[in-house]
Ligand binder design. Structure first.
Ligand code: UD2
Ligand code: MN
Length: 582
């Protein structure tokens, strides 16, 4: 009996010891427990072989002669000026010029030198490159496709998926179907039966894609040397990481390919409180976190157009809010959602993609916009902030865009339920841990003391930017001038005076110098302003010079004059603008 019991005890001790050792082994090799990347231990991290080219670097550098080759500017002949002007106004880019440049043109390798020596695992996930388009020009669309086919190792490219958002241009119909046959199935085309806008069209692209990863690009891009392995690698280690290439600029007039940032300088995506996309230099903390300056780094937001994400993860987190319409704000929705719900966004310096920034938006928002009262992009912003911001931060948005309070954003209960279900963190957490560098540039906003039109007592006219961009002098015009431009509610006459004496119009500020009263860039990182408004006298005094804003009766010009509180040309009243969208 006792011998058997003794043996059992030995076996039991042996088993316990065995499991303890096994547990420690698993713990030490990182094979378990870490929910972020449960298999990271067996996945080899990218490795640097200084002096020896990385495993996916092209073996030879291709050089070609011809218009636009090497990413050089291509200038048309003087007798082509009409074609150039016509295409510029139809597409927001000079298609006449683009049409003369090869679809296979070469572009310069603008990566940091270090990038050439990184090696990546051979078993990275395969990607569907998804291009959504609405009435894009043929040659810029196809140059995007060609550049992807030419510069992506085939083993990583599942397909290029073209998603036509109900274009009506003739050459995007049958001709396109015929043309893509030459890619032997690598390029696939699907079409929306109705205009859906870029946001919903991208979601459809993700749903239809066959790759493990989807990479979205605008339909007027050119991908750079060895662009794909560095984008795929972070996702391979962690499926909740979304990656973003560094975007270079392609000139919309002559198609020169050039960097947007100075060599070796890193920026990351943030935003200002009116939800305009902004960038900030990479904070020291992030620089120091990495052993090489060419390594990916965390970014709070992204510009929107170009990124890679695990397809299932994207769909699991609800892709984009289906209530967002056509264009704008989706980049913030995805950024906040990813960070607040446990994922991350990394910008990847070794992956570069060029994008044609258009001179203006050549398309309208179609039927989807007609159903809406008010500016559609601001409605999108309102949805995004109402879902993802904490109450305190929502106020900053409404301080910066007072008219947004009146907008009907539709039903957001599904989005709030999703946020709950995914147990997402607060916006305060996001600001403290991810976008902690934002307050350097865009500090929290003090409330408006007044907002609306700023009316002169003598002439009953209103102060106005006159449609000019800063820096410019402010002018005067008849009041009630808002609402001409439905796309943009930061109206030229919508002025805000904050509790610290800052006078704002949209994202700009009003200041004064010898030349007059001016619209200027607001000082970065400050909400303090130069003004003191006297509630009794209705004068607006420039604190530094102690002079007052005065309207000149003859010229109708604005300038600083010695204060004269009984002079009605120096008296100003603010009148809130009632909802323009009943
Ligand atoms: C930026 C983004 C863009 C998108 C947008 C905000 C970059 C480089 N670009 O504007 O990707 O995030 O901000 O929403 O970050 N399109 C459609 N249907 C439409 C309208 C557009 O399919 O109804 C396509 C269009 O053909 C293009 C893509 O969507 O391929 C992006 O549109 P864009 O190039 O006009 O946007 P962009 O670069 O001004
Ligand atoms: Mn674009």
């Amino acid at each position: 009996m006792s011998a058997i019991r003794f043996n059992r005890r030995v076996v039991r001790y042996f088993l316990i010891a065995f499991f303890v050792v096994l547990f420690l082994y698993v713990l030490m090799t990182g094979g378990g427990g870490n929910s972020k990347s449960s298999t990271s231990a067996i996945k080899k991290k990218p490795w640097m072989t200084t002096g020896k080219l990385g495993n996916f670097e092209p073996k030879e550098i291709i050089e070609r002669e011809g218009p636009g080759e090497g990413g050089h500017a291509h200038h048309l002949k003087p007798n082509q000026e009409n074609d150039a002007a016509a295409s510029l106004s139809a597409y927001g880019m000079n298609m006449a010029c683009s049409d003369e440049i090869s679809l296979d043109r070469t572009i310069p390798d603008l990566r940091m030198d270090e990038c050439k020596y990184w090696n990546y695992p051979e078993d990275l996930p395969r990607a569907s490159v998804v291009l959504v388009f609405h009435n894009e020009g043929w040659s810029t669309l196809m140059r995007t496709v060609h550049s992807v086919i030419n510069r992506t190792p085939p083993q990583f490219l599942e397909e290029v998926l073209l998603v036509d958002d109900f274009s009506d241009k003739e050459n995007l119909k049958g001709k396109l179907e015929t043309y893509i046959k030459k890619f032997n199935g690598k390029v696939r085309l699907i079409r929306n039966p109705e205009r859906q806008g870029l946001i919903r069209t991208r979601v459809r692209g993700a749903e239809e894609a066959r790759g493990e990863v989807v990479i979205f690009l605008d339909a007027h891009c050119e991908v750079g040397t060895n662009w794909i392995p560095p984008l795929l690698a972070p996702i391979y280690y962690n499926r909740t990481t979304m990656t973003v290439p560094v975007i270079d600029g392609i000139d919309h007039d002559h198609f020169e390919y050039r960097p947007v940032y100075q060599a070796g300088q890193h920026f990351r995506g943030i935003f200002e409180w009116g939800m305009l996309y902004k960038e900030n230099e990479l904070p020291d903390k992030e620089v120091q976190r990495r052993s090489f300056n060419s390594m990916p780094y965390d970014s709070p937001t992204h510009a929107g157009g170009l990124f890679a994400i695990n397809r299932n993860y994207f769909l699991q987190i609800g892709a984009y809010d289906p209530g967002l319409l056509v264009w704008g704000g989706e980049n913030f929705e995805l950024s906040f959602k990813i960070w607040q719900c446990g994922g991350s966004i990394q910008w990847v310096p070794c992956s570069r993609v060029g994008h044609v920034y258009r001179s203006f938006m050549p398309y309208t928002f179609g039927k989807l916009a007609e159903k809406k009262k008010g500016p559609l992009i601001t409605i999108n912003y309102k949805r995004v902030i109402e879902v993802w911001f904490d109450d305190k931060f929502k106020e900053y948005f409404y301080t910066r865009e007072p008219l947004a309070r009146y907008l009907d954003m539709g039903d957001i209960s599904e989005q709030l339920a999703l946020k709950d279900r995914l147990q997402c963190k607060s916006f305060q957490w996001f600001m403290d841990n991810v976008a902690y560098d934002m307050r350097e540039k865009f500090p929290e906003l003090p409330p408006n003391v007044h907002w609306g039109e700023m009316i002169n007592k003598a002439t009953k006219e209103c102060i106005d930017t006159m449609g000019h961009a800063a820096p410019t002098v402010m002018g005067m015009s008849p009041c009630h001038g808002w609402g001409n431009n439905q796309e943009d509610i930061s109206d030229d006459k919508l002025v805000r005076l904050n509790a610290k004496g800052q006078l704002g119009v949209g994202e700009r500020c009003i200041d004064a110098d010898r030349q007059g009263i001016k619209l200027v860039f607001c000082p970065l990182g400050s909400v303090e302003g130069p003004w003191h408004y006297d509630e009794g006298d209705k004068t607006l005094m420039h604190k530094e010079t102690r002079k007052c804003v005065a309207l000149h009766p003859q010229s109708n010009n604005l300038s600083l004059m010695p204060c004269d509180p009984i002079n009605t040309y120096q008296q100003w009243v603010f009148k809130e603008i009632p909802s323009p969208w009943h």
